[in-house]
Design a protein around this ligand. Structure first.
Ligand SMILES: Nc1nc2c(ncn2[C@@H]2O[C@H](COP(=O)(O)OP(=O)(O)OP(=O)(O)O)[C@@H](O)[C@H]2O)c(=O)[nH]1
Ligand SMILES: C=C(OP(=O)(O)O)C(=O)O
Length: 210
């Protein structure tokens, strides 16, 4: 099964507000872009992924992510994260009505293609499925097989919401890079221990150490 991923990205100037303390020496918008670049590049390198659609109103991010091979669409609804995801899903399914679609956060700078492949190969067994984030509170990936709506309920404690919505929780081990979203300085250190992608590493001028 080939998946089309929908990656939401808010305008870089507003992104990653909780990283303020960790962003000394670099800029939050720059980090948010580097996270998205590492996420999209790893996603496109995953054999289970046929394409990535980024939903963003940020012109620079759209340009840079398109250069990696992503399709980009404006955040036409302008109604927040879940509305952006529904819009991305509709865009994908307008072009391919039988697409398998998964939403993936843009803040996974340690993402490994082989780990994403394991997650997607598990997701294929359920009409809808999700992967909890490393903190076990939020969600980093939500999937829907053909003819199933994504029904995204991201934001804050979304693990419980996705579970309550009937999506299956993906409980496999050994996929830390797909679960390690980065919102805080501690998250960034944890991602550094897993191994940051090239864009984020370059920005931070070397591996992140505790
Ligand atoms: N297109 C789009 N993406 C969004 C929107 N809100 C959030 N996102 C993206 O959804 C993911 C999770 O977003 P949040 O945790 O709300 O925001 P964040 O920028 O990661 O971090 P904070 O500013 O610290 O909350 C990130 O990839 C965001 O860029 C939105 O309104 N539109
Ligand atoms: C939006 C989410 O992520 P976070 O706020 O942790 O970036 C979520 O987990 O639903």
């Amino acid at each position: 099964m080939a998946w089309t991923l929908v990656v939401p990205l808010k305008p870089l100037i507003r992104a990653k507000s909780r990283l303020a303390d960790a962003a000394t020496g670099t800029t939050r918008p720059g980090l948010a872009l580097a996270f998205a670049q590492d996420t999209v590049r790893a996603a496109l390198a995953c054999p289970a992924v046929s394409g990535v659609v980024v939903v963003t109103d940020d012109e620079l991010a759209a340009q840079e992510l398109a250069a990696l091979g992503a399709r980009t669409v404006p955040d036409a609804p302008g109604g927040g994260l879940n509305a952006a995801l529904v819009h991305g899903e509709a865009t994908v399914r307008a072009a391919d009505p039988l697409a398998a679609v998964a939403a993936l956060n843009a803040d996974l700078p340690a993402l490994r293609p082989a780990e994403l492949e394991r997650v997607l190969n598990t997701a294929v067994r359920f009409p809808r499925a999700f992967l909890p984030d490393a903190a076990e509170i939020g969600t980093t990936l939500l999937s829907a097989l053909p003819e199933n709506p994504l029904l995204p309920a991201f934001g804050g404690p979304s693990r419980a919401r996705h579970r309550a919505s009937g999506a299956a929780e993906i409980g496999i081990s050994g996929v830390p890079s797909v679960r390690q979203d980065v919102d805080t300085g501690d998250d960034l250190r944890a991602a550094g221990e897993l191994g940051l992608g090239a864009f984020t590493s370059a920005l931070l001028a070397g591996p992140v150490r505790g």
